[in-house]
Design a protein around this ligand. Structure first.
Ligand SMILES: [Zn+2]
Length: 264
């Protein structure tokens, strides 16, 4: 008798399989001279969660490749497959990935480098990474995750200094927590992940790294665990400003939800 797998995101029966992260993030051999598409991770998926993602995969590819700080594999991918996809859609793909877009040309060792500066579609990015976090959970822990996932994009810089401080704090803390945790992924230059051990509240973290420089974090709060979930945010919401200390560094985070009092 054939085993029927459940979908990696819901309780429906799987009808196909899905790559996590999407296959198109991995460069093709004809473009970079090395096969980065071996031993990719796949998970079973139902019809809804497979079809739903097809457009998102392309969006994510365009959003991530060519980001400043990526390694050379990321750039090669950007200047081959990703640019082909952008040209094919006459820039519509780029328009979807970044609003208020500007192109800059920076001088680098290899000539000029095109850098895109713009406002990414934050909500859609979060949704893409949530799917990847679900998929990695299924693959790594052999069960569908039930509960809440919160995604933090560690590679975006905003104009809000306080928000940047919070991101830097999480990155610093995660680096310490994940120091001795093994990395998984057969093509580390393109992608690897790490799962932290659960903390006292039962929350655990997945760290996803793309192209050697893009860090994304997903924290899992299982439905059978109690709040407080994300203690840092809970504290930040209660005060005007919080100072997080990690080793000898301090990160000042203002509460964005609390309007500043003004003297009239
Ligand atoms: Zn599903």
């Amino acid at each position: 008798m054939q085993n029927i797998f459940k979908c990696y995101m819901c309780d429906r029966n799987a009808v196909s399989s899905e790559h996590v992260p999407p296959k198109n993030l991995f460069p093709e051999q004809k473009d970079v001279g090395k096969d980065y598409r071996q031993y990719l991770i796949t998970v079973p998926s139902c019809e809804i969660h497979n079809n739903h993602k097809s457009k998102d995969d392309e969006f994510l590819m365009v959003s991530l490749a060519g980001i400043f700080g990526n390694n050379s594999i990321g750039y090669l991918h950007k200047f081959t497959k990703v640019n082909r996809a952008i040209r094919r859609t006459s820039n519509r793909l780029l328009d979807k990935a970044f609003t208020k877009r500007k192109h800059y040309h920076l001088k680098s060792d290899n000539g000029f480098l095109e850098v895109i500066w713009g406002t990414p579609d934050h909500t859609r990015l979060i949704s893409c990474f949530e799917h990847i976090a679900y998929g990695l959970h299924y693959h790594h822990l052999k069960k569908c995750f039930k509960g809440k996932i919160k995604v933090l994009l560690g590679y975006l810089h905003s104009e809000d200094k306080s928000n940047n401080n919070f991101v830097q704090f999480i990155k610093h803390q995660a680096k310490i927590d994940l120091k001795d945790i093994p990395k998984y992924g057969a093509n580390e230059d393109v992608f690897y992940y790490q799962f932290s051990n659960p903390d006292n509240y039962g929350t655990y973290l997945v760290h996803m790294r793309f192209y050697g420089g893009i860090d994304v974090y997903g924290s899992f709060l299982p439905e059978d665990k109690q709040e407080p979930y994300d203690l840092g945010i809970a504290i930040a919401n209660a005060c005007d400003e919080v100072i997080f200390k990690v080793e000898d560094k301090e990160y000042r985070v203002k509460n964005a939800n609390k309007p500043l009092e003004r003297n009239i």
